[in-house]
Design a protein around this ligand. Sequence first.
Ligand code: UDP
Ligand code: MG
Length: 335
Amino acid sequence: MHTLDLIVPCYNEEEALPLFFSAVQEVLPEFPETKTRLIFVDDGSTDGTLSVLRSLCASHDFARYISFSRNFGKEAAMLAGLRASSAQFVGILDADLQHSPQLLPAMLHALTDEGYDIAAAQRETRTGEAKLKSGFSRLFYKIINRISDANMEAGAQDFRIMKRKVVDAVLQVPEYNRFSKGIFSWVGFKTKWFPHENLSRVAGKTKWSFWSLFSYAIDGIVNFSTAPLKISLLCGAVFSIAGILYALYIIVRTLIFGSDVPGYPSTICAILIIGGFVLLSLGILGEYISRIYMEVKRRPHYIIDETDILPETSENTEQAECAGPVSDAAPSGHE
Ligand code: UDP
Ligand code: MG
């Protein structure tokens, strides 16, 4: 008998949850030899998500929930779920049914019978997505794969099932700024990709704006590569050399032809270019330093407010760990 924990991050999903729950219940009979548990992580929802979860979990023995004290983001929710899981196989899927549970039996089969360690969904088409968004997304994967050592598959989704050893490897990555797409690919292992259609949300609305996606992409690049630092170093060197050559040219020209007009436009250009570049480099440095700052604070990734996961299992140690620093935690406004 296999065991499978399915982690479901939920943020304001009160409308989607009942639909999600019945969709999962429908597929469970397709793998009767697997004991499945659902771990819902309520990421500080402000609607009725928590009460929906409480009643769902009270009436179904295979469903459990963890609820955060505020919204900590999907990354934190996934981490809490992974820490709370204890099964041989662990899956992650969204609550909005964009990740269709019908794919679960085939994914599970890839792990149990085909020798894969990870079964993950990959978005093949980007139909239904804004042109600008999919263009930026393609550009992101192009850049990240060129400059980082984690090879990220374009269109890779968080929707996946992993073997225990993969989950343990992911949990060994302790960083505060978590970019799961990067971490999942960084740990390696044999992955089977499942083409997956871009389904539309069953209820509620997406929590991602264009700006939050943009800053997510910056997170991915800064967390998995130091190339931007090298680029600013390289550009700095190029500007300096150009400056020196130009100075030499001016000296030689003055010696031969004597001094002419003061050259106001070229001075302004040089100031603008170099000033702009200095600011850009400082900004890049700032991105890295702010991350170092967050890492050295060693704050917990999330604070659990309540959960119905029983204390005697391994998850309790994590829970105690995360519940411990509650009193030290600074107000959320500081992040
Ligand atoms: N989610 C979360 N915390 C957040 C934002 C989202 O747990 O701060 C959950 C959300 O409830 C959903 C999943 O993450 O189950 C994906 O979010 P969403 O559907 O908004 O993203 P999209 O599918 O549009 O990329
Ligand atoms: Mg979604």
